[in-house]
Design a protein around this ligand. Structure first.
Ligand code: AMP
Length: 510
């Protein structure tokens, strides 16, 4: 089954029901959405794209996102969603690696679409040309059939090697994810609305699927980004919103509620359910969120390789303050979601007893088909049918998973993943740099910030300013170190490996 069938069915069932909103403005009914997607599919076919070929989406959050996404699926194509914060050089790399044939962009993040090369077409979704391309086209008569194992979503995750890897997420993976939402996250009514407050290129965008299954509304804030006051107002105007957000964003929503002096009941006029995940949420923060806004939170843990599906900490778990282990539970990521098994394993994959820390493994129909054209990485990540997440954790006797550490050196800043190696590789190409080690430092606002320890070449004079300018030219802004420490040498072990633990302790202490 093709995910586009979900849209076609809703268009038949509820043709006139408003489906997509730009701010408070309805911009498409289910029927219009389906017609536009069918025309997008036909246009892409007419441009020569064959089922299974890749279409890149490099856009800020935009109402057209959903029409283009389902349009590509309508024609049996694979969507490559690209984080809007990436540098154009990084986007170009992804376009080449995925052998994409077409790209949809928005001019705010890609002011010169022609700069993306090697594609048959680059369409600016904000342009009148794009409007006409969609509105004046013929519709593709039938949805292209897809096997459950066909890739729908080729999501690029940063690799520890510094190079991103394409995660092949299939139609079955996303159908599983969508159906799981209703059992493990939240019931959805056709009168509900999902707001896209976090990037649609990531998990937030995937929550379009359960909300489409339920025939609910999809709201793209007019700002195209995150603005807490805007969300409160949107919810008051359209009815309580559900959304997915990283803990950094949840904190800002709670700050806004506190600053405006709202009661939990008043918060309920704007928000139905706030799903949080993607990075650790401190227990004190979720307690404050519950106090301020009431029982409208659910936590999920997953990763690009098993999107949105791993564990969940339900509204009921969070509310069960009388439970003797409530304090431990709210600091956990909850229990296995319905379609998966979770295991905490030792190095050989053997399950460890409750309380022991090991690597978190996931098995089930949400787990990726593998990494795109990278069988070595696939073989390392999926062993005997289990996904090795790279996260370390422990299960308790009741099946609650608590994450302890990340086995990879991933830094999570404001909900975005940053792999130190990638930043190190860039800095090592700057003039006058001999050695670099990048670590995350705890930060109350961002969760973590990037700190770079840099050893200059003999006689070279380095400054934070020139290093920062260099990073601006080579990597996405959000990956740049927020702080530089120019040092004479890096701490190393007997094998000459940099001791990142020592550096982490140094930045945590200072
Ligand atoms: P991504 O592949 O970008 O979705 O990032 C996935 C990683 O984010 C996971 O492997 C975890 O390290 C982290 N993560 C996801 N959800 C949570 C959560 N609820 N609590 C703590 N860390 C999380």
């Amino acid at each position: 089954m093709n995910l586009a069938n979900l849209l076609q069915r809703k268009a038949l069932e509820h043709p006139q029901r408003p489906a997509i909103f730009s701010g408070t403005q309805p911009v498409a009914t289910h029927e219009q959405w389906a017609q536009r997607s069918a025309r997008v599919g036909a246009r892409l076919r007419a441009a020569g794209l064959l089922p299974g070929e890749r279409v890149l989406i490099f856009m800020r959050n935009h109402p057209r996102y959903l029409e283009l996404l389902f349009g590509a699926w309508w024609a049996g194509l694979v969507v490559v969603p690209v984080n809007a914060k990436l540098h154009l050089k990084e986007v170009q790399w992804i376009a080449e690696n995925s052998a994409a044939r077409w790209a949809f962009v928005t001019s705010d993040i890609a002011p010169d679409p022609a700069a993306l090369t090697g594609l048959d077409g680059v369409m600016d979704a904000d342009s009148a040309e794009c409007d006409a391309w969609i509105e004046e086209g013929e519709a593709l008569p039938a949805i292209e059939e897809r096997a459950p194992t066909d890739t729908a979503w080729l999501f690029y995750t940063s690799g520890t090697t510094g190079r991103p890897k394409g995660v092949m997420i299939t139609h079955r993976n996303l159908l599983t994810m969508g159906l799981t939402y209703f059992n493990d996250v939240d019931a959805v009514d056709s009168g509900d609305a999902i707001a896209y407050a976090a990037p649609m290129s990531h998990g937030a965008g995937l929550y379009a699927i359960p909300h489409l299954m339920a025939g609910a509304r999809h709201v793209v804030p007019a700002s195209g980004g995150f603005d807490a006051a805007e969300l409160f107002a949107l919810g008051r105007a359209l009815g309580p919103l559900s959304l997915f957000a990283a803990p950094t964003i949840v904190k800002r929503i709670v700050d806004e509620a506190e600053a405006a002096g709202l009661t939990p009941e008043q918060c309920g006029q704007s928000f139905k359910t706030i799903v949080y995940g993607g990075a650790p949420m401190y227990a004190a923060d979720i307690q404050r969120a519950l106090r301020t806004m009431g029982p409208r939170f659910v936590q999920i843990y997953g990763q690009g390789e098993s999107p949105m599906v791993g564990t969940a900490l339900s509204r009921a778990h969070l509310a069960d303050a009388a439970h003797p282990r409530h304090a431990e539970r709210i600091a956990s990521v909850g229990v296995a979601q319905t379609p998966v098994c979770i295991r905490v394993a030792g190095p050989g994959g053997e399950p460890l007893p409750p309380g022991e820390v090991g690597e978190v493994l996931i098995q089930g129909d949400s787990v990726m088909a593998g990494y795109w054209r990278n069988s070595d990485a696939t073989a390392a990540a999926i062993r005997s049918g289990w996904l090795w997440t790279g996260d370390m954790g422990a299960l308790d006797a009741d099946g609650f998973l608590t994450l302890k550490d990340r086995s990879k050196d991933l830094i999570i800043s404001g909900g975005s993943n940053i792999y130190p190696r990638e930043v190190e590789e860039v800095l090592l190409t700057a003039a006058g740099v001999a050695e670099v080690a990048v670590v995350g430092a705890p930060d109350p606002e961002w969760g973590e910030i990037v700190v770079a320890f840099v050893v200059p070449q003999p006689g070279a004079a380095l400054s934070s300013k020139t290093l920062d300018a260099f990073c601006l030219d080579h990597i996405a802004r959000f990956k740049r170190p927020k702080r530089y420490e120019i040092v004479d040498a890096l701490p190393k072990n007997n094998y000459g490996k940099v001791l990142k633990t020592v550096l982490r302790e140094r930045v945590a202490g200072g």
